[in-house]
Design a binder for this molecule. Structure first.
Ligand code: GLN
Length: 273
């Protein structure tokens, strides 16, 4: 197989990003420099690793899982089928956290997944420390590995429990902020998502029948873990701003919405009234 053939095969799986994907795959799975390959497109680049990566991609596995790592904010993350792939949409939440958290603060990242929110925030703010919570051991292991890889493990406390039912495990702890990008998609919407997204953990996508299960739970039952003056930052779906405002108002919070760089509502900032 040469680069032109690789491009041709990728084009059927990824009509919009095949060039980009071809570059990343050749960089990861051949020992030749991409600049060399691009100027020698007819030269054989086949290796068992590249062929198997391509077969995985042709079965619609997300590119990020095949590469095994992905960039988020300014850090590199290990990713596999046990965690949601970190998305640039989430970076706005990290930016707000970096800007809003007081000096020396502690925060909790609920449904941490790859750990991207906690780890990137800690990496940029050396004065902070965090608890990272996930209910799946394999997922929490990825978050721990990512904290270590990015040099912040000594400022994290990983905890394995179910956010929806086991908050008592936090007994006695209080935080300056709760950060969370919980699962927030409705089941009928999940149905219509791309094959690639459907290969991400269902548990990381499914937010209950109305998509609001985690927001309801966290706003109601985790505010007791906030210090006075503490706040919550949620990632939300582009169409959930009104729902989040309603949940906030109903539980004594005021709520401000921030947009992402695509102009969609993306982050909710909740403060106790
Ligand atoms: N907090 C992780 C992320 O932002 C995982 C989110 C999730 O699993 N819903 O990518």
């Amino acid at each position: 197989m040469n680069y032109n053939e690789l491009i041709k095969r990728l084009k059927t799986v990824s009509p919009e990003e095949y060039e980009y994907e071809a570059r990343l795959l050749t960089e990861s799975f051949t020992d030749k420099k991409i600049s060399y390959i691009l100027s020698h497109r007819d030269e054989d680049i086949c290796s068992a690793e590249l062929e198997s990566a391509l077969l995985r991609r042709e079965s619609r596995e997300p590119l990020q899982y095949i590469l095994g790592k992905w960039e988020f904010y300014r850090q590199e993350y290990f990713v596999d089928e046990n965690c949601l792939i970190p998305r640039s949409d989430t970076e706005i939440l990290v930016e707000r956290a970096i800007e809003l958290l007081p000096m020396g603060a502690s925060f909790i990242d609920l449904c941490t997944g790859s750990g991207c929110i906690a780890v990137s925030t800690l990496a940029e703010r050396k004065d902070l420390c965090a608890v990272m919570v996930d209910k799946f051991p394999k997922t929490l292991d990825i978050a721990i590995k990512n904290a270590a890889h990015n040099g912040v493990l000594d400022r994290t406390v990983p905890m394995l429990f179910d956010v929806l039912s086991e908050e008592d495990r936090l007994c006695g702890r209080v935080f300056d902020a709760i950060l969370s990008n919980p699962p927030y998609i409705r089941p009928e919407v999940i149905e219509g998502l791309s094959e690639e997204v459907k290969r991400e953990p269902y548990a990381a996508l499914y937010g209950g029948e109305d998509g609001l299960l985690f927001y309801d739970k966290i706003v109601k039952d985790y505010s007791k873990f906030l210090k006075d003056g503490g706040f919550i930052l949620f990632e939300i779906g582009y169409d959930q701003a009104e729902d989040i405002k309603r949940i906030s108002e109903g539980n004594g919070f005021c709520c401000e919405i921030f947009k992402d760089y695509g102009g969609c509502d993306r982050v909710a900032y909740l403060k106790k009234k």
